[in-house]
Design a binder for this molecule. Sequence first.
Ligand SMILES: [Zn+2]
Length: 328
Amino acid sequence: MLKPSPISPTVDFDRDGVQHGFLRLPYSRDDSAWGSVMIPICVVRNGEGPTALLTGANHGDEYEGPLALYELARTLKPDQVSGTVIIVPAMNHPAFRAGTRTSPIDKGNMNRSFPGRPDGTATEKIADYFQRELLPRADLVFDFHSGGRTLDFLPYCAAHILPDKAQEAKAFAAVEAFAAPYSMKMLEIDTVGMYDTAAEEMGKVFVTTELGGGGTARAETVRIARRGIANVLRHAGMLEGAVEKAETRWLDMPSDDCFTFAEDDGLFETMVDLGEDVREGMVIARIHSIGRTGVAPQEIRAKMSGLLVARHFPGLVKAGDCMCVLAQ
Ligand SMILES: [Zn+2]
């Protein structure tokens, strides 16, 4: 038997109305002997009905989600809602406070920490709380991501190809309702430990995004995030009002050929911008040697035709960095 979670919520998930509170995780440390990590949570409930679980800052340096969700928590009224909306704008709150992808406490990457452990690191304890307490309550799970400091994405909403086609169809219908400029049938590099996988294995409708990146947010991508999350709640029949339609272009990631990785350190030069078309074999990026002159750059060629949906963001790359992501 697993131990009970050390996290205690200051909100009651079964109470009607709006509650602003915390998930309190005890964390004893040098500057606070009996201290806690306080993860903000908002619950808006209006009677029986479905439950939506909305999260941002699963990675601490991705900002469209927190910008959309702190505002939603501030403005959502119970009489606009049917069912329960649980909002956690900054899931990995220690990482969010530090402005880093992973937690400064334990270097934990929230999206590689599931199912978590009640007796593990701080990040594993948060994951365990979502796994055993929050995910089981939810019908719809929406997790915002963006590129963070090291990647930049075309703005898209996404769901995964799933073995259960009824579950997959519900997720893609919610993606369509989000109405980002692009909608993605997504392939993951590494699904082990992901929140996505945990939710999908429980049979939940799981929807996510990649809305930009570079460790900041743009006006356009924040507008997309705010309109999109309201649309998804409306589509689910949980928020009053009609879905605000916008044109979306569906994209597919057919295989591992979507991804290219740097094989050397150096100065990164992208040869195409986000959204531009690419043909198989075309040079899409170059890595220039920075140690000396007179060395030819390493050429990165597209392994398939499609368009550029993500790129390495900082000007310098290291061997192993994801450089370009293509989709069709
Ligand atoms: Zn992320």
